[in-house]
Write a protein that binds this ligand. Sequence first.
Ligand SMILES: CCCCCCCCCCCCCC(=O)SCCNC(=O)CCNC(=O)[C@H](O)C(C)(C)COP(=O)(O)OP(=O)(O)OC[C@H]1O[C@@H](n2cnc3c(N)ncnc32)[C@H](O)[C@@H]1OP(=O)(O)O
Length: 162
Amino acid sequence: MTASSEEHAAGAAVDLSGAPDWTLFDAPSLVGDSLRFVSGQPDGDRFRVRYFRDAEQHLHARIWFGPETEGPPGHAHGGAVAAVMDEGLGLAAWAAGYAIVVGNLNISFRAMLPIQKVVTLESRVVSVEGRKIMVHGRLFCGDTLFAEGQCLCITIKKENQS
Ligand SMILES: CCCCCCCCCCCCCC(=O)SCCNC(=O)CCNC(=O)[C@H](O)C(C)(C)COP(=O)(O)OP(=O)(O)OC[C@H]1O[C@@H](n2cnc3c(N)ncnc32)[C@H](O)[C@@H]1OP(=O)(O)O
């Protein structure tokens, strides 16, 4: 089994290792400790998340959806999937050098995502037009696509940056 196909019981160790050409990305050192909603409990029963960058500097993540993300029985809540896409795709814009908030997030849920499973979020900044940064992403495991999203990020006006 690979890191991205293994299923894990709550409380058990979870393998969030990245692909061979990925390097660990330290999100708090870039954006501070405010990302607690999704990635704030690395040993908890909600999400466990580890961010990476690939050789081309695109941001990716390995994510374990724990029992507290449950919506339909045995599967992740759509809001849990959306939260992961919101943080991951917004963070991708920050990692690319843009201080943003998410203005619009469009998600297609393509397959039900079993909980207690490690999946991969891949992202890519696809365009930059003035203050508008478009980031696309997909959440998948092996050949199964669970969700894909388009995230319009807007750079924060100078007067609103803390
Ligand atoms: C402060 C530091 C925080 C650090 C946190 C680190 C977290 C890192 C990780 C992040 C992860 C967490 C991520 C999160 O969870 S971020 C939290 C969730 N997001 C929010 O709460 C954002 C709430 N919205 C706003 O604050 C404002 O509406 C923003 C700032 C987005 C724009 O208001 P602002 O007054 O500044 O700008 P503007 O209205 O002149 O618009 C400018 C341009 O953008 C276009 N446009 C705008 N909205 C939309 C839209 N919905 N669809 C299509 N287009 C839209 C608009 O047409 C215009 O285009 P153009 O006419 O110029 O062509």
